[in-house]
Write a new protein. Structure first.
Length: 221
């Protein structure tokens, strides 16, 4: 039985689906973020010290989000545009003013991550490889980074792709790392409910009843 199911990106689809399936609405560090697996691994290897350092966050995608240059993480929900900002887009000034608040939130989530890694909880980590960018070496590096967080940390890894990995790549996966696929749903950021249900069905997950109206709810931008 896994006590927790924790998402490792790529974007909002994974957070929504994990919360919908498990009923767990407690936040984890990589929830609702937009990032590649390399950023997850580098952040774990740096013990979160590379994220949101002063002077490295700036408007990105024409002001639709904030990009943290230290980690290459894109923040679509944590920074808010000023009420009078043209087009409702982020400016550098808005990001700079809000950075202490956002850093405090992620410092808190980093402490929660460390406490979970040091606990007796068994965790299923899910990396949603939304663009089929990763390979077996990336997943092995991710497993090593998670293992170093605490020697006794008990966890499994689920690698979810859009298409199956090449046979040679899949054959190199060790015990404790499994793969599956979930297809995209055009025009629906939440993804395919049936596909996610099927992919997570083999894993015994603790489930809790969500508060009404909260399961998978995406935070306001």
């Amino acid at each position: 039985m896994y006590d927790l199911c924790v998402g490792l990106g790529y974007h909002c689809e994974s957070t929504h689906q994990i919360r919908r399936i498990t009923g767990e609405d407690r936040a984890h560090y990589f929830d609702w973020l937009d990032l590649e697996l390399a950023s997850v691994i580098e952040t774990l290897e740096a013990d979160f010290a590379n994220v949101l350092r002063p002077g490295l966050s700036e408007p990105f995608s024409d002001g639709a989000c904030a990009l943290d240059r230290g980690s290459d993480i894109r923040f679509f929900h944590e920074f808010r545009a000023d009420a009078d900002a043209p087009g409702g887009l982020l400016t550098q000034d808005a990001i700079d003013r809000q950075l202490p608040r956002v850093r405090a939130k992620f410092d808190f989530l980093a402490e929660r991550w460390r406490a979970t890694s040091a606990s007796a909880a068994r965790v299923l980590y899910v990396h949603h490889d939304a663009f089929d960018e990763s390979d077996t070496d990336d997943l092995l590096r991710l497993r090593a980074a998670l293992s170093r967080s605490h020697p006794g940390h008990r966890f499994g890894l689920l690698w979810l792709r859009r298409t199956p990995p090449p046979p040679r790549s899949a054959a190199r996966l060790p015990d404790g790392i499994r793969w599956d696929t979930v297809e995209p749903v055009p025009g629906r950021w939440e993804g395919d409910d049936a596909g996610w249900d099927r992919a997570l069905a083999p894993f015994p997950l603790r489930r809790r009843a969500p508060a009404p109206g909260t399961a998978g709810a995406r935070p306001a931008a």
